[in-house]
Design a protein around this ligand. Structure first.
Ligand code: NDP
Length: 426
């Protein structure tokens, strides 16, 4: 059976994304105005009135989405890159990818710039102008994809790493396949990396262009977009590392992950920048540079923490962490096929401060690209608030998973590093 939380999420998340967009563009980013509107008109009437015009997308939105999705599929296939082998799955498979993320990212941004500013094929603010329709079209296509993935998992799974709970609703929500492929394309790499993350970059660049057209480009927008582009560049620079994270090796391709990356990510992660379009704050050079440096430092620390644990494993502990030999636990486990395995758990460096210290720097990075919007409304902080909840829950989820996987060896690590995220607090 799907849990109550998963049913609520599937019912509430799609309208939430659309209402967030509407509040930003039609209500000046004021959640208070939204509250007043809902109190006056009723919640369902308001949601219906906001959602109806964009529910099925708009012709231009579908064209934008078709062109962008088609381009990303093409780039995944034709851009050169070495073969990358993901970690061995619980059923003993090894997924293979083409590692061409950084080049695909550079080509995408260059094509957007070339099409908008040089050839003038479309206005640079096109994404802002059609964002409601784009979210509607994304929502519809994501739901259809999740349905397709559910059916595919039942009749033609891509690998033995497929699991059914017996409840269609829960399987639709959680997904059944770990590594689905359609016509050779890896679905999770496409939805998470090449639509969600790649789209994020194009969306915020278009938002900045729209602000420049309407009000002139503010330094707050420049800082916010620069920090996010650093974050997204880091993501693609490290895409092969991402292909070893929980999203890929643990979460299955269903509503939670695929809909999340196709709709929630473009709609919610960009909301602070969307707010800035019509709120051009002028911070002044000293404050703007301070925020930029602090934000970039947080993004860099997250990257270093991610890289640290993967480097220690790749070198089997024969390396130095912060100038010293790493403190390591050799944790034993059994795969689903009862074969014994061993992983290194790093207990020094970032991973000795807390068990997910990088979640703290992740949140702070997001805070620094939201804070240029200052404090008139809560809207710019919706994403950061969501991230705090998501990562606090994720740390808990990961703890449970690792405790199941490593048993006493995980308990040993927890004794050495007692806090999940914030030392002394959580
Ligand atoms: P993590 O980087 O936290 O990795 C968790 C896994 O690493 C565990 O399941 C375990 O896997 C292994 N591990 C745990 N402890 C140790 C240790 N001490 N030493 C070595 N390996 C360990 O995974 P996430 O996917 O949560 O995060 C990846 C990145 O993505 C982070 O930068 C995070 O901030 C970011 N992120 C961003 C989100 C967003 O929406 N902005 C959402 C989620 C993540 P194993 O089975 O291999 O032992």
């Amino acid at each position: 059976m799907p849990t109550l939380a998963s049913i609520l999420l599937m019912l509430c998340a799609p309208p939430f994304v659309i209402v967030l967009w509407y509040t930003n563009v039609a209500l000046g980013g004021s959640l208070l105005s939204l509250w007043e509107l809902c109190s006056r008109e009723g919640l369902f009437t308001t949601v219906y009135a906001v959602w109806r015009p964009v529910m099925f997308g708009t012709p231009v939105a579908w064209m934008i989405l078709g062109a962008f999705g088609g381009l990303q599929l093409l780039l995944m296939r034709v851009v050169p890159g070495r073969s990358f082998h993901g970690p061995v799955t619980p059923r003993g498979n090894i997924p293979v990818y083409r590692a061409n993320g950084p080049l695909a990212f550079a080509i995408t941004l260059a094509l957007f710039w070339f099409g908008a500013f040089y050839l003038r094929l479309f206005p640079p603010g096109i994404v802002y102008e059609h964002f409601g329709g784009i979210l509607g079209a994304l929502n519809l296509s994501a739901l259809i994809l999740c349905l397709l993935l559910y059916v595919k998992g039942r009749v033609a799974p891509s690998s033995s790493d497929t699991e059914h709970s017996g409840s269609p609703g829960f399987d639709f929500y959680r997904g059944t396949e770990l590594y689905p492929r359609i016509l050779g394309w890896d679905v999770k790499q496409f939805t998470n990396c090449r639509i969600g993350m790649m789209g994020w970059a194009v969306i915020i660049v278009s938002f900045a262009a729209k602000q420049s057209e309407l009000h002139g480009l503010s330094d707050s927008m420049l800082v916010a977009v620069a920090l996010q582009l650093i974050y997204i560049t880091k993501f693609f620079w490290w895409e092969t590392g991402y292909l070893r994270t929980l999203d890929i090796v643990h979460d299955r391709a269903g509503f939670y992950l695929c809909w999340g990356c196709l709709v929630w990510l473009p709609g919610v992660y960009t909301s602070a920048t969307l707010y800035l379009v019509n709120h051009p704050r002028h911070l002044g050079i000293p404050l703007a540079i301070t925020i930029l440096i602090l934000g970039a430092t947080c993004v860099m620390m997250t990257y270093l923490a991610d890289r640290q644990r993967q480097h220690v494993r790749a070198t089997n502990g024969r390396c130095r962490v912060w100038g010293m030999p790493p403190r390591i636990i050799r944790a034993r486990y059994f795969t689903e096929t009862r074969d014994p395995g061993q992983s290194l758990l790093l207990a020094s460096g970032f991973w000795g401060i807390s068990r997910h210290f990088h979640y703290l720097t992740e949140v702070l990075g997001a805070f620094f690209w939201s804070v240029p919007a200052l404090f008139e409304h809560f809207m710019p902080y919706v994403y950061v608030t969501f991230l705090v909840i998501l990562l606090a829950h994720r740390a808990l989820r990961d703890d449970r998973r690792c405790a199941r996987k490593y048993g006493q060896d995980w308990e040993r690590y927890c004794r050495l590093v007692p806090y999940r995220i914030v030392p002394g607090l959580y």
